[in-house]
Design a protein around this ligand. Structure first.
Ligand SMILES: [Zn+2]
Length: 262
C-alpha cells in the first residue's frame, strides 16, 4: 500500500491464518483499514530505521493488535522496538516465513534490511534506480551496504520504501547514457505516484544492471567519477556519485538534452 508521503508500506499476509506482517508502517490508519478489510491480525512489524515515515504508525498498530511483535535495528533510538536485530540474525515470523538480517547503514546509522530466499526489503538503502540520501550514516558505510546488497542473489524481488523511480532513472540515464539495459528499462517505465505494485516489483538483478549506485565501480562510470575528482575506492566513488545526484536534486546542475548527449 502507499503512504501519505511517497512511501510504500509492504504487507505480507496469510489469509488462511488471518495473519499479516508489516514492513515500515509510517502511518497506521491505512494499515489498520487494510487489515480489517481482509480480516487479518497484525502478527509482526519489521522496522528498518528510525525515520518518522517508517515508524509513525507503529504505536497505533500495536495498540490495536497488542500481540504484534515489533522487530527493528539493534542500534536504533526508536524505543518501541521489542526484538532488536543485527547482522546475520534470523527471524521466524511463521513456519514458512523467515528473514535474515543485514546491517545496511549509510542512509542512517541504524538501517537494517531483511532478506530471505525470495524477497529483499531494503527500505531507504536502495531505491529503484537510485539510493537514499546520507542522513546519519557515512559514505564508507553506505558504499559497503550497497556492495553487500549487490552480492545477493539476482533473482530476489526488490522492495524499497519510496517511489522515486522516474526521477532516479532520469539521473541514471544522465550519468550512464550508454547503458542499453537502462534505456530499455526507462522505455518500459510508467510510474505515476501513487503506484500500486500489487506484488509486481523488479529484481535485484535489474538494479545491478541499471542502477548507477550499484555500478559506481564499473569502468565507464568509474572513469567519469574519477574525472570529477574521486579517488579509486568504493567510498569515494559512491560519495562522488551521491554528491552528483544531490546537485541535480537541488537544481544546481540541470539534466538537459544536450548534456545527456555529450
Ligand atoms: Zn529514511
Amino acid at each position: 500500500m502507499v503512504g501519505t508521503y511517497d512511501n510504500y508500506i509492504w504487507v505480507m499476509y496469510d489469509s488462511t491464518q488471518g495473519l499479516a506482517w508489516i514492513v515500515d508502517p509510517g502511518e497506521a490508519r491505512q494499515v489498520i483499514d487494510f487489515l480489517q478489510q481482509n480480516q487479518l491480525q497484525a502478527a509482526a512489524i519489521l522496522i528498518t530505521h528510525r525515520h518518522f515515515d517508517h515508524i509513525d504508525g507503529v504505536a497505533e498498530i500495536k495498540a490495536n493488535y497488542p500481540d504484534c511483535v515489533i522487530y527493528g535495528p539493534q542500534k536504533t533510538p526508536f524505543t518501541l522496538i521489542e526484538k532488536r536485530l543485527s547482522e546475520g540474525e534470523q527471524i521466524t515470523l511463521n513456519p514458512d516465513l523467515h528473514f535474515r538480517v543485514l546491517d545496511t547503514p549509510g542512509h542512517t546509522e541504524d538501517h537494517i534490511s531483511y532478506v530471505n530466499e525470495k524477497w529483499l526489503f531494503c527500505a531507504d538503502t536502495l531505491f529503484t534506480g537510485g539510493c537514499g540520501r546520507i542522513l546519519g550514516g557515512t559514505v564508507e558505510q553506505f558504499a559497503n551496504s550497497i556492495l553487500k546488497l549487490r552480492a545477493l542473489n539476482e533473482d530476489l524481488l526488490f522492495y524499497c520504501a519510496h517511489e522515486y523511480s522516474a526521477d532516479n532513472l532520469a539521473f541514471a540515464t544522465y550519468v550512464e547514457p550508454e547503458n542499453t539495459a537502462l534505456q530499455q528499462r526507462l522505455n518500459q517505465l510508467h510510474v505515476n505516484y501513487p503506484a500500486l505494485h500489487d506484488g509486481n516489483v523488479d529484481t535485484l538483478g535489474l538494479e545491478k544492471r541499471t542502477n548507477p549506485f550499484m555500478r559506481f565501480d564499473t569502468p565507464a562510470l568509474k572513469a567519469k567519477l574519477i574525472a570529477k575528482g574521486s579517488k579509486d575506492c568504493p567510498a569515494e566513488l559512491f560519495a562522488t556519485l551521491r554528491a552528483w545526484k544531490d546537485r541535480v536534486d537541488q537544481g544546481i546542475e540541470k539534466i538537459t538534452v544536450d548534456e545527456k548527449q555529450s
